[in-house]
Design a protein around this ligand. Structure first.
Ligand SMILES: C[S@@+](CC[C@H](N)C(=O)[O-])C[C@H]1O[C@@H](n2cnc3c(N)ncnc32)[C@H](O)[C@@H]1O
Length: 341
């Protein structure tokens, strides 16, 4: 971890496009997580969602629908400029203006990594059609260096879910079910992103000490979680009331306050995962497998044993064994695989 005294928190009550040009250097940000205004008359979202908004901070700044394409291109161009090569950006978007965000992204050299669907509760109630209960999260990276992706930051390679599948694999699927936070009686922004959602993006796509930027801070949720996970935070918010209130809220938070609340995955067991299997190791795996089979173990149990012994995952051991198996045992592998994942 970088020296905590060097952690920087800079927030500007300014338009993010002009503000970026003025304050943020080229290639200086490790990660951007941002949730632009939706261009669907944000000030009427309470009616849209049938919400009681008495604790919502006034002054949400919306973008007229007709300006959305040009506005999106301008802020995304700035986002690309300030990202370091290999830096990542996550953009949260509803469906209405998704096309404009995608069109703007295509005008840049940012590269798509994933299109994530975030499924949440509190969907819009409808009678004569399906209920809308998801957002889009566009995960892109800037070319030039390998992007940070901490594959095992939340689940180790060998951890299993209650249903028996790989927890790591399940956590890294591109459909995320994370509920919005219900905060009755608390001051909030119109569309506050949940801590769990932000923590997930920050854990996978940045390291302690990295600079995390949010161009549309709203309730400063990104900055709060970044600070809680010992990252630096910069960002912009045009709403003066929200800005003045939230800047003090962030200030009250202790650096790293969230770090103790997150689960710490155990050490990976598959320490040789990703390394090529040499001839000697292949011979040893097959010899051990033959011993397991001689002892009456099933193929699945044998592979579990060999995984421990050779520090390799299921698939890597299976591949070695399959070099010697026939079609009927491959069929039973397929059945086993579908049970595993
Ligand atoms: C969807 S909300 C962000 C919500 C935020 N992610 C949260 O969790 O609270 C979008 C925010 O962008 C602000 N905004 C709109 N136009 C802006 C601009 N040009 N520059 C900076 N902020 C802007 C709005 O006032 C609003 O608070």
């Amino acid at each position: 971890m970088k020296n905590k005294c060097l952690l920087r928190f800079e927030f500007y009550n300014e338009d993010c496009i002009a503000g970026c040009r003025k304050h943020i250097r080229d290639n200086s940000v490790d990660l951007i997580i941002t949730d632009p205004p939706y261009g669907i008359e944000g000030d009427k979202l309470d009616r849209h969602y049938n919400r009681n908004e008495s604790h919502v901070i006034d002054g949400y700044v919306e973008i007229p629908n007709t300006d959305y394409p040009d506005f999106s291109l301008k802020w995304i161009t700035e986002a690309e400029r300030i990202l370091k090569p290999g830096g990542s950006i996550y953009i949260v978007s509803g469906y209405t203006n998704l096309i404009h965000i995608l069109n703007a992204l295509r005008e840049t050299n940012l590269q798509e990594v994933n299109h994530i669907i975030w499924k949440y509760n509190f969907g819009v109630y409808t009678r004569a059609k399906y209920v809308s209960s998801h957002y889009h999260i566009l995960f892109y990276k800037k070319k030039g260096r390998k992007h940070t992706f901490n594959t095992y930051s939340r689940y180790a390679d060998h951890e299993r879910s209650d249903a028996g599948g790989s927890s790591n694999y399940l956590d890294r699927e591109d459909v995320w079910q994370i509920n919005r936070e219900y905060k009755p009686g608390k001051v909030k922004n119109k569309n506050e992103l949940p801590t769990q959602l932000l923590a997930k993006m920050i854990q996978y796509s940045s390291n302690e000490g990295d600079v995390v930027c949010d161009l549309f801070l709203g309730s400063f949720s990104t900055a709060k979680v970044a600070k809680g996970l010992n990252r630096q935070a910069v960002g912009f918010e045009l709403n003066k009331t929200a800005f003045n209130y939230q800047v003090q809220e962030v200030d009250k938070l202790r650096e790293g306050y969230l770090a103790g609340e997150l689960r710490k995955p155990p050490m990976n067991k598959y320490v040789n995962g990703g390394k090529p299997v040499g001839a000697e190791e292949r011979k040893n795996i097959l010899a051990s497998y033959a011993r397991c089979v001689d002892n009456g173990m099933t193929k699945k149990a044998s592979i579990a044993n060999l995984s421990e012994e050779f520090g390799r995952g299921y698939w890597s051991i299976l591949k070695v064994i399959d070099g010697t198996t026939n079609a009927s045992s491959l069929r039973s592998d397929k059945e086993q695989q579908s049970r595993l994942f």
